[in-house]
Write a protein that binds this ligand. Structure first.
Ligand SMILES: *Cc1c(COP(=O)(O)O)cnc(C)c1O
Ligand code: SF4
Length: 349
């Protein structure tokens, strides 16, 4: 039974918005007025062999649809090519295998000495603070990650903290996931207070898409644990398209900036979504207006089910070269690829 309307998130808490995410492909297509894309209709000059609904239901089995209403509100109704829609809609392309695309493209399942902790790069450890995300991005390199084995309880956290305390080369802790801000502020406060006691850790970084997806996630409690310690804090958001950056996102980012948090953005280069100079330029400019500097633009990780999002390295380099000719240097993100067994993300230019 469909009872919700796209305009109904005002006055809900972030937890209610998270719990109320759309998970039913049928409801998604209905809310976005895409029910009419049936088998046999023409779309962008091509014949749809299977209805959008049949495709979404099939690909949903592999990696479930999940999208909060606050994100859905930014998707244009009736537009099958909307750049935000394409990031969340399960499609049949995900089900056809492609050479070189695997379940664990970064071999993270082997750089995982303690559940919930990944230590691949010098000086930095990544903690999988929450296995959950607020949104399921179809291109996500973690779509096959065994999160259930990386769902630390307090015992595992104590092990992870011991590991960090025992290695004084570690100067930065990165909260990651899933999405670390899917955890409660109470948990995050506890963890941060433990980390601040480890003297060699100087910096705390949070990698999160939640301020984009549910901007109401940036609460006063959140600002409290993020800024109440001596740790230098940065927050790396993940935005792929300027349409994601509406005024609600702008207000959330302003709160973070005013509280002294350094704001950076990472983007994934995605075919048909943001692979144009105009889009990338607009993204950088809008980010800067909102107090955020572009950090990385990632070449897609070769995860099974995401091959249709690939932009070739040659084209990626051309795009960034053209972007460099358009923008001040500080608005051009670094084009990188993550490679297994490399001690850092590898620059392509
Ligand atoms: C990306 C990443 C980091 C952070 O790398 P930076 O270049 O410092 O942004 C740390 N650990 C892992 C496992 C990563 O994938
Ligand atoms: S980890 Fe990031 S890219 Fe992957 S589904 Fe979660 S929010 Fe999306």
């Amino acid at each position: 039974m469909i009872t919700r309307s796209v305009a109904s998130v005002d006055s809900l808490t972030w937890q209610e918005q998270l719990a109320g995410s759309i998970r039913d492909p049928k409801e998604l297509l209905h809310l976005l007025e895409l029910d009419s894309f049936k088998a046999g209709t023409f779309e962008s000059g091509a014949l749809l062999k299977e209805s959008l609904l049949d495709q979404a239901l099939a690909a949903n089995q592999d990696f479930p649809l999940r999208v909060p209403m606050a994100y859905l509100q930014r998707i244009k109704k009736g537009d099958i090519n909307d750049p935000l829609l394409l990031q969340i809609l399960p499609l049949k392309e995900e089900l056809s295998g492609a050479p070189g695309y695997t379940a664990d493209p970064l071999s993270e399942q082997t750089a995982n000495p303690i559940p919930g902790l990944i230590h691949k790069y010098h000086g930095r450890v990544l903690l999988i603070v929450s296995p959950n995300c607020a949104i399921n991005c179809r291109y996500c390199f973690r779509r096959h990650f065994p999160y259930q084995d990386n769902k630390p309880g307090r015992n595992e956290w104590l092990q992870a903290l011991d590991y960090i305390a025992g290695d004084d080369s570690i100067t930065e802790v990165i909260y990651s996931g899933g999405d670390p801000l899917a955890a409660s502020d109470k948990q995050l406060l506890w963890l941060t207070e433990e980390i601040v006691q480890i003297k060699h850790v100087k910096r705390l970084r949070v990698h999160t898409r939640l301020p984009i997806v549910i901007p109401d996630r940036i609460t006063d409690h959140c600002l409290h644990w993020l800024t109440s310690t001596d740790l230098l804090t940065s927050l790396v958001i993940h935005s792929n398209h300027p349409n994601e950056l509406d005024s609600h996102v702008g207000s959330a980012l302003k709160k973070l900036a005013n509280a002294g948090v350094t704001l950076l953005n990472q983007t994934v280069l995605l075919s048909g979504i943001n692979d144009s100079v105009e889009t990338l330029q607009a993204l950088s400019e809008k980010l800067f207006q909102m107090g955020v500097l572009p950090y990385y633009i990632h070449q897609l990780d070769k995860v099974k089910g995401a091959a249709h999002f690939e932009v070739t390295d040659q084209r990626a380099k051309q795009l960034i070269t053209k972007l460099t000719a358009q923008l001040p240097g500080y608005l051009v993100p670094k084009l990188v690829r993550e490679m297994p067994d490399h001690p850092n993300k590898v620059p392509l230019l």
